[in-house]
Write a protein that binds this ligand. Structure first.
Ligand SMILES: [Zn+2]
Length: 383
């Protein structure tokens, strides 16, 4: 268990890589430790209390969701609860990049020590040599600093991008677009309207609980090196805003939906809950905004993928394939059987769960919607 991590991140002047000094503070005393880092990095030093420590490296280790890593292991004959590691090199990985106008560093590149995957703890990153950049979610204190209580230390630094910040009562929506086509002003208005419509739906129609202040950043990379997009708390990063308003609405509703569709274990079969509920939010929005026909048309597509994908409940509890489609398709089938309101009922049940897992979800379905619905979903997970 990690107590906190403090990183000093320095950008190389010619953008050929980064230099990092990371101090890892642990909750308990240890006499040995293992962690992973991006396979490209050259480790300069590992220290405990200013004393240099020997370590072993295993190169080219594969860990879930990360690019190729190296595994570092060290042992001591005394107790320690903190260590510092310094390293440097180029990065690679999904949405990781160091270029002149965009620096993206996140968990997928393992640019900082990986110990327990997706553990949530305090992370502080001091940013050096970033003067020319705007760093999303960073603040200027004595120093430019990024803090995260989320599972990821996610640095997004941009230069000369199209930026537009919309302010609402008690909340903000910030849009960052890597300019390519010169239509960013127009695009930003469309995105803003979609954003407002989706939020209004979530609030007024679904009645989802809103935090006092929502500070939402949407980053559009326009970079063909990556694909799709990803969600973090109050942040969405994606390649392109689709020019088709229906598919962009669905996508944004899915990603914004993750604000509530979150909390189940992402490393196992339980991740079906996060993805299926986010997708359920998206299709409910689609139906509400564009009508039954659009919904049915999208569901035809979903059906095709769902029928090709294996069962949601995997024999070894691993994360299932094709889960976005499979789960929402199951909800869709349930709505044919038990009435269309049932999809919204599933969303609300999940959001209200204290501990988000399948067993609790099924128990709550049983008590709120009855045994028949419970059995339908329970059996559906294995088909
Ligand atoms: Zn998702």
């Amino acid at each position: 268990m990690i107590k906190q991590m403090t990183m000093h991140l320095t950008r190389n002047n010619d953008n050929d890589g980064i230099q990092v000094m990371a101090k890892v503070e642990l909750n308990h005393l240890h006499q040995e430790q293992t962690f992973e880092l991006n396979n490209n990095f050259l480790i300069k030093e590992l220290k405990i209390n200013d004393e240099t420590i020997d370590y072993e490296i295993t190169k080219a280790v594969e860990i879930p969701f990360r690019t190729l890593c190296q595994r570092i292991h060290f042992k001591t004959d005394y107790d320690f609860n903190a260590f510092t590691v310094s390293y440097q090199g180029p990065v690679d990985g999904w949405y990781n990049e160091i270029s002149d106008n965009y620096i993206g560093l996140n968990i997928y590149s393992a640019w900082y020590p990986m110990i327990n995957a997706f553990e949530v703890y305090d992370k502080t990153v001091y940013l050096h040599n970033f003067q020319e950049y705007e760093v999303i979610k960073a603040v200027e204190e004595d120093h430019l600093v990024y803090r995260s209580l989320d599972f990821d230390a996610n640095i997004i630094a941009i230069k000369n991008w199209f930026t537009k910040k919309f302010e609402y009562t008690g909340s903000n929506f910030n849009l960052y677009i890597n300019p390519t086509e010169g239509n960013e002003e127009e695009l930003s208005e469309q995105i803003k309207t979609t954003y407002e419509n989706v939020l209004q739906y979530l609030k007024d129609q679904l009645g989802l609980p809103f935090e006092q202040s929502l500070n939402f950043d949407l980053v559009i990379c326009n970079n063909p090196l990556h694909d799709g997009g990803y969600f973090r708390k109050n942040l969405i990063v994606l390649i392109k805003a689709s020019s088709d308003p229906i598919s962009f609405s669905r996508f944004l509703a899915h990603e914004l939906g993750h604000n509530w569709a979150t909390g189940a274990d992402v490393m196992s079969f339980e991740d079906w809950l996060n993805e299926s509920i986010a997708e359920a939010i998206a299709v409910s929005y689609l139906k509400f905004t564009y009508g039954q026909e659009t919904y049915e048309k999208y569901m035809k597509k979903v059906e095709k993928y769902a029928l090709e994908s294996p069962a949601i409940r995997t024999p070894d509890n691993s994360r299932p394939e094709g889960v976005h489609f499979k789960g929402v398709y199951l909800f869709h089938l349930a709505s044919k059987e038990f009435g269309e309101d049932i999809i919204v009922a599933f969303i609300k049940i999940f959001v209200d769960l204290k501990e988000k897992n399948t067993a609790n979800f099924l128990t709550a379905i049983c008590s709120k919607l009855g045994k028949e619905v419970h059995d339908f979903i329970s059996v559906g997970l294995t088909n």
